[in-house]
Design a protein around this ligand. Structure first.
Ligand code: PLP
Length: 388
């Protein structure tokens, strides 16, 4: 047998990629506004160009608005939300540190993995998928582990659609001399996130959920307590790339030096998306997410479909719809994508095949999307002969 030559087969042709028209109503990425896409298409300039540096300063200011914080250390890490998560853990967890990790979905489990890989000693607080983190269980864990130095949890669990109120958990962490790391990847822009009022010590988010940017950047913010903890480390941060001190050599105001080449065009996009959020106003954005969620929930009810999460804990931006008995979950998603260009998500982990995840995140949270999705769901279910 002759070995095939490397490279394309003879006669193969290639052309530029044009993505199909889609309405992104899954768990992310969400629809990106044309203004943001246009911004990312502007000419690339140097990442140390004075004009770019001025834009970075504005971007940090806009991020502080989105996070509702005055924290000096607020900037976007180059990398998806998972890199923001890891940035918080690798800087704040030293080998041997006891960390209370709350796991009520996929992303809490990912936090746990981070703690382990940092050499931390995890104390896991488990709650059912689709329910919030239990304050009582966290309190019991903290009483049992007075040596704990951190509490970590997810505000908006995208894998289950459940919302956890950060305020009481952060207060509890502080009462036990712990810092709090909060995942707000899906929360920011969709529901209130008040970093300063709630005194969250370290927080990270993502761009492709309610901020409606292309994926690939992760805004983070550290308060003074967290910065002091990082400075007091005895072991150096095991990640060179995510080392906060090195990152700040580029992102803090003043003498900016090369650390890595910043994703210049992606940052134009984030700047534009944050500008749009500022123009709309956070309160108005939260209200829009609430309104469109209510319309979707009402319409799903009319179709005879149920939501998994109890009403008081539902995330407006991520709706967990229970797949009725006898309905082919994947076929419905294929129908929506094929007939209407609408992408919705499937369940993760234990919920795979049992739910649809319908996102109304950021720019995708619009009345016409709610209507289009309900119509498409109705016709997909009818195609399977399901009566409701
Ligand atoms: C999406 C998401 C992440 C991970 O973000 P990536 O950009 O996919 O790495 C982390 N936490 C939550 C709650 C998320 O929804």
């Amino acid at each position: 047998m002759t070995k095939s030559a490397a490279g394309p087969a003879p006669g193969a042709t290639f052309s530029s990629f044009t993505p199909p028209a889609r309405i992104l109503m899954g768990p992310g990425p969400s629809d990106v506004h044309a203004r943001v896409l246009d911004a990312t298409a502007r000419p690339t300039i140097g990442h140390l160009d004075p004009a770019f540096v001025a834009m970075m300063d504005e971007l940090k200011e806009l991020l502080r608005y989105a996070f509702q914080t005055a924290n000096e250390v607020t900037f976007p890490v180059s990398g998806p939300g998972s890199v923001g998560m890891e940035t918080c853990f690798v800087n704040l967890v030293e080998p041997g540190d006891t960390v209370v990790v709350c796991r009520n979905g996929v992303f809490g489990a990912r936090m746990l993995e981070n703690v382990r890989r940092c050499g931390g000693v995890p104390v896991v607080v488990d709650d059912d998928w689709g329910t919030p983190v239990s304050v009582d269980k966290v309190e019991a864990a903290l009483r049992e582990h007075p040596e704990a130095s951190l509490v970590a949890f997810v505000q908006a669990e995208t894998s289950t659609g459940a919302h956890t109120d950060p305020a009481p958990l952060v207060a509890l962490a502080h009462a036990h001399d712990c810092l709090a790391i909060v995942d707000t990847v899906t929360a920011v822009g969709g529901v209130p996130v008040r970093v300063d009022e709630w005194e969250i010590d370290a927080v990270y988010s993502g761009t492709q959920k309610c901020l409606s940017c292309p994926p690939g950047l992760s805004p983070v913010s550290f308060n003074q307590r967290a910065v002091d903890r990082v400075k007091a480390r005895t072991a150096p941060c095991q990640s060179w790339f995510m080392d906060l001190g090195l990152q700040l050599g580029y992102w803090s105001s003043g003498a900016r030096t090369y650390h890595h080449t910043a994703p210049v065009n992606a940052l134009y996009g984030l700047h534009e998306a944050l500008l749009m959020l500022h123009e709309e106003g956070l309160e108005a954005a939260w209200e829009r997410h609430r309104r469109n969620h209510a319309a979707l929930a009402a319409g799903l009810g009319e179709l005879g479909l149920a939501l998994l999460v109890a009403e008081e804990y539902r995330l407006p931006q991520l709706n967990m719809v229970v797949v009725p008995d006898g309905v082919d979950e994947a076929a419905v998603r294929r129908h929506l994508l094929g007939e209407s260009g609408i992408e919705i998500g499937t369940g993760l982990g234990a919920l795979a095949g049992k739910v649809w995840r319908v996102g109304l995140m950021g720019y995708a949270s619009r009345e016409e999307n709610v209507t289009a999705c309900l119509e498409a769901l109705g016709s997909a279910l009818a195609a399977q002969g399901w009566k409701g």
